[in-house]
Write a protein that binds this ligand. Structure first.
Ligand code: DHB
Ligand code: MG
Length: 233
């Protein structure tokens, strides 16, 4: 598909309305989360954080698996990390951008999660290698939400830092359905982004240690979805 021609990229505002209904009933007033999202907004990071309904899902998944240690690749403004921290987990989160890293640290401290969240600023490939070298892990839950072009490499490290039972959750693996087109293009992911996501699916599928599925979502962030894998051996 040629650049910028995915006709399905346009989000239906009704999906956001329904997301609002879900959030109103099941997330509710959330001063902590709202403060983080407002700080993101002030810093020009209005897009890229998980929706509140997905943040709550992350908290519930971490609670459901009793995950004590979470590894996050892609801190952004710290919003998703705050959901992991609320689940009671200790979180190591990796961020390439020093300004975003500082913003996340400040927001998480403000939220009272400073002790529970370690923000490592730098290229995730270096941070992952450093974590492995210092014997960190195994992590119980790994959240991939950084540069989607590098999901294949992040997956390799995630597996090195995992053990049987570890859950790997990768955000944004549908991209308005562009993922099913070998020539797919997503303007926010850039050239080769969809192809990297497709490679990620292939690697997950071929990895005997993983059992996985992906779920499409619609909501305030359009039509997208996540891939969930469990390390089974
Ligand atoms: C983008 C990144 C995300 O992590 C996300 O959830 C949605 C969009 C993006 O950069 O386009
Ligand atoms: Mg995301």
């Amino acid at each position: 598909m040629a650049e910028g021609t995915n006709p399905r990229e346009t989000a239906d505002p009704f999906w956001a309305e329904v997301d609002g209904y879900i959030t109103h009933h099941l997330v509710g007033q959330d001063a902590v989360g709202e403060a983080i999202l407002e700080a993101n907004e002030r810093a020009g990071l209005g897009f890229g954080a998980v929706a509140p309904s997905e943040g709550k899902l992350l908290e519930l998944l971490v609670r459901a698996c009793g995950a004590g240690k979470v590894l996050e690749v892609g801190t952004h403004g710290g919003y998703s990390a705050s959901w992991f921290a609320r689940a009671g987990a200790s979180v190591t989160t990796l961020e390439i951008d020093p300004e975003r890293g500082a913003l996340a640290r400040a927001s998480l401290e403000q939220a009272g999660f400073g002790e529970r969240v370690e923000v490592l600023v730098g290229d995730a490939m270096d941070s992952l290698a450093a974590l492995h070298a210092r014997g960190a892990g195994p992590y119980d839950f790994v959240f991939l939400d950084a540069d989607k072009q590098r999901n294949p490499e992040y997956l390799e490290w995630a597996l090195k830092l995992s053990a049987p039972g570890t859950v790997i959750y990768a955000d944004n693996v549908i991209r308005a359905g562009a993922v099913i087109d070998p020539e797919g293009y997503d303007k926010r992911l850039g050239e080769g982004g969809i192809q990297a996501i497709r490679r990620f699916y292939e690697l997950v599928a071929a990895e005997p240690r993983l059992s996985a599925t992906a779920v499409q979502t619609v909501g305030s962030k359009g039509h997208d979805g996540f891939l969930l894998a469990v390390v089974v051996s």
